[in-house]
Design a protein around this ligand. Structure first.
Ligand code: SAH
Length: 460
């Protein structure tokens, strides 16, 4: 169930003293209200900030300001708070430590509420996010992606060959990692790039920006795209948000979320993606999965009968999507494709993705499962560039992904296999995939439920 945070209802009204501090501290502190009698502070908590209003005995407002996460403030002594607003600072002195604490707690709840209600934190288990961003915090992981030549060279080409879309433009790089795509945008003539990255790799990205003398062009903003603020809206969003089977990691949603910073006629790079699926026949793969589970078939493992767990083991192995590559000839029909247009789609569209299919069988045999891959297209003003992870194309670090059926289905050439693949997003930054399929002419049915978060890497 979704964790919801309590709404801040608590308001505060209490007496305070107020001192104004200017840069010329030498001239001393100035009391805002000379009498210092009965000043009243009222705190109105909002969703992302708190409004402070200080009025004097006649009800005249002597200070009004919004305090948010980015406001500079600090505690002074036991019951005072120093807030810096522009060039001036004010010291709020509470009557007691208790009142100070109530006030400070209200602020804390305001900040926490913003964090807890970000779209990202609402849809993600904390443990999943921590592990995920730790993974991307390492240079070796960033290197792994950068060294995928097909991936990096295609992004480079897509951006540079469409240089007029970047020349003098403001660009947002969502999940910038090492910052490599931000550098490409600058090479294409971007005036300014905001590089948003939630993992600790930002410290290295910052170093790269400085050592490449691009601090005036590239600004690294540490944080999640769902939680940070940009100083201006942007002309182009660039990102590499694709996971295994396109959807794994749920980063496409973060990419779509970033459109809140995009000007109305702005561009998305990549612009759209196509996921392809086709039935395949691979007896060897099917038997291999079974024989792994056969370990649990033993009745005397060091004297222990394991066989009661055999069917649970088969289920577990069959729930794993298989990540590797294969010969095209195992495919038994032309692919069905499903398109996601990043300029049009909303992030909620990816919470549940249903892909219906009807395959015309091109050969007779046993169907063991469905194979998946994806392409993305960069539709620029000058050229459209494709990045493909198809089995007919050079291999990428995404490989292809296959999902097995619980029982193979026999079909003859000319028959049709119809059904649906349903992707349901989960809080582990992945999807539960439900497949149902039927050979229409015979009524033979099969299916499976796959856990995309737990793939089996079968390549060497
Ligand atoms: N753009 C880089 C890295 C791509 S990998 C490149 O092309 O090489 C995706 C990156 O997005 C990771 O570094 C990950 O930490 C980051 N990321 C994922 N979700 C994010 C989010 N919601 N906000 C900010 N960064 C995110």
């Amino acid at each position: 169930m979704a964790a919801t945070s309590p709404q801040v209802q608590q308001q505060l009204r209490c007496g305070v003293k107020l001192l104004l501090l200017s840069d010329e501290l030498l001239s001393g502190l100035r009391l805002v209200s000379p009498s210092q009698k009965a000043l009243q502070l009222e705190v109105q908590p909002g969703e992302e900030d708190a409004q402070l209003t200080v009025t004097d005995a006649d009800g005249i407002c002597v200070l009004k300001c919004l305090v948010n996460r980015n406001t500079e403030y600090c505690r002074v002594g036991k019951e005072s708070l120093l807030i810096t607003l522009g060039y001036k600072s004010v010291l709020l002195r509470f009557k007691s430590q208790v009142e100070y604490n109530i006030f400070s707690n209200i602020l804390k709840i305001c900040w926490k509420q913003k964090k807890d209600t970000s779209v990202f934190s609402q849809r993600t288990d904390e443990a999943s996010a921590a592990q995920y961003f730790q993974f991307y915090g390492s240079l070796s992981q960033q290197q792994n992606m950068m060294q995928d030549f097909v991936r990096t060279a295609t992004y480079h080409r897509a951006i540079l060959q469409n240089h007029i879309d970047f020349k003098d433009k403001v660009v947002l790089d969502v999940g910038s990692g090492s910052g490599i795509l931000s550098f490409f945008a600058v090479q294409a003539g971007a005036r300014k790039v905001y590089a948003v990255e939630a993992s600790s790799v930002t410290k290295y990205a910052e170093l790269l920006v400085r050592s490449n003398n691009l601090s005036d062009k590239i600004t690294i903003l540490p944080g999640k795209i769902e939680e940070i603020s940009l100083p201006e809206s942007v002309d182009v969003v660039i990102s590499e948000p694709m996971g295994y089977m396109l959807f794994n990691e749920r980063m496409l949603e973060s990419y779509l979320h970033s459109k809140k910073w995009l000007k109305s006629n702005g561009m998305m790079f990549p612009t759209f993606s196509e996921i392809h699926l086709a039935p395949f026949s691979d007896e060897q793969l099917y038997m291999e999965r079974y024989s792994r589970a056969n370990f649990w078939y033993q009745e005397c493992f060091y004297g222990v009968n394991l066989s009661s767990l055999c069917s649970a083991a088969v289920d577990e192995y069959f729930r794993q999507p298989i990540v590797d590559t294969f010969d095209m000839r195992i495919l038994m029909a032309r692919t069905v494709k499903y398109t996601i247009n990043f300029t049009e789609a909303a992030e909620e569209d990816l919470h549940r993705v249903e892909i219906p299919f009807v395959f015309q069988m091109m050969q007779s045999g046993l169907i063991h499962g469905l194979a998946f891959w994806f392409d993305v297209a960069f539709v620029g003003s000058l050229v459209t560039v494709w990045l493909s992870t198809a089995p007919t194309e050079p291999l990428t670090h995404w490989y292809q992904v296959r999902c097995l059926l619980q029982t193979p289905l026999f079909a003859k050439e000319g028959e049709t296999l119809s059904g649906t693949v349903l992707f349901v997003a989960n809080k582990r930054q992945s999807y539960d995939i439900q497949i149902v399929a039927m050979v229409d002419q015979t009524g033979f049915k099969s299916g499976n439920i796959i856990d995309l978060k737990n793939p089996f890497f079968r390549y060497d």
